[in-house]
Design a protein around this ligand. Sequence first.
Ligand SMILES: [Zn+2]
Length: 430
Amino acid sequence: MKKHLNYIDRDAIKLLPKTDLHLHLDGSISPETVVELAQQQGIDLVAVSKELGIGELETGSVEELEKKIFKETYDNLGEYLVPFEFINVVLRCKEGLHEAAYRLACDNFSEGVRYIEVRFAPQKHWKNGFGWMEIVEAISEGIQKAADEYNNTAAIKSGAEPEFKFGLILCAMRMINENMGDYFKYLYELHVGMDLQNLSSMASMEVAKLTQMAREEGYPVVGFDLAGREDGFPAEVHREAYLYCYEQGIGTTCHAGEAYGPESIKSAVKDCMARRIGHGTQLFKKRNIYHKRTDDGSKLSKSQRFDYVRDIVEWIAENRITLEVCLKSNSQTLPEYRDLSGHPFPFYLENNIRIALSTDNRAISRVSVTDEYERAIDLFNITEKNLKSLCIGGFKAAFFPGSYVEKRKYIHGVIDFYNKTLEEIKATNK
Ligand SMILES: [Zn+2]
């Protein structure tokens, strides 16, 4: 088979303007940074490991964290989500969040990523004496510090290269538990007897309101997301929060179709009117339609399953709903996609669905944006046209902290830079 992009190597990918729209702050903190922040804050990681029942640490060294917390593979999404509660222990103060956010932005810029949307669950970072706006401010200022440094370089100042920009996305949680921090502990204590779904729905509405408040305060908060365990915790429970965001004009995205089938994606885009989908890996999994029945209560036939999926695919493609695709993460959380050979990536392309190639969790998944592009090029033999759609599609799908006119202007600058850079790469490598 002819390889389309044989002139695009790792170095070339780094030169092209890219985005990362699905990027969790807590999942992108390296073991070194976790250990460093713990030392600065006087936190004993071995004691934390014991208290939370995570990792069974004995020394709390970087090497031990790499082995026991930041694993190479996981059995399922539930297991993949466990280390986050451990990492968040060092992310409950201004200094910790500021430094983590700053380093994350630097990591991205160093591989040619020009626009990021960093997401985090504010309720996981909250503690008595460290409030909502302080959390948003610490993260925002950390990234802004990096942006100011980069945007001060000659190439960007002269207008020859696009600026580094960012937005923040606030996450609500599908499933909550007391290990997630003080907010959730209090929530449980104060609402004795209330079921988990009601509690999480209440908590997600709080996040939606906080998203709006932070925007009004002038922070670059651009979106609302629903994260966490998917099976048994449907998105429609959080419909009220999504509709609130919709009315306020807040960008909406939703983790869906990662550990659950097409019904989960349908709920996200139809019940919650999400503008983007985190993953969407099971979009074409007709077999994994579990609850939908025909009008007479019988199971769907093969052709009805096909139609069910077709309707969602059409809705997504026609409404330009973007899938935030994270290949490495999918290979770690979904055993059937370990080698990614059966990944639906080619079907997304075939159906003209917009993709924003993203990392999910740079540290927990041990991945970079460059890795993801390299993987897509190698595995799915994408064309030059596909590559441009991937790079530019990320900018188009951005929720962007500015007016539409500003966004268009920024994108046009990015496209000019992309075209020029690609020509230079081709002239050098062909
Ligand atoms: Zn995610």
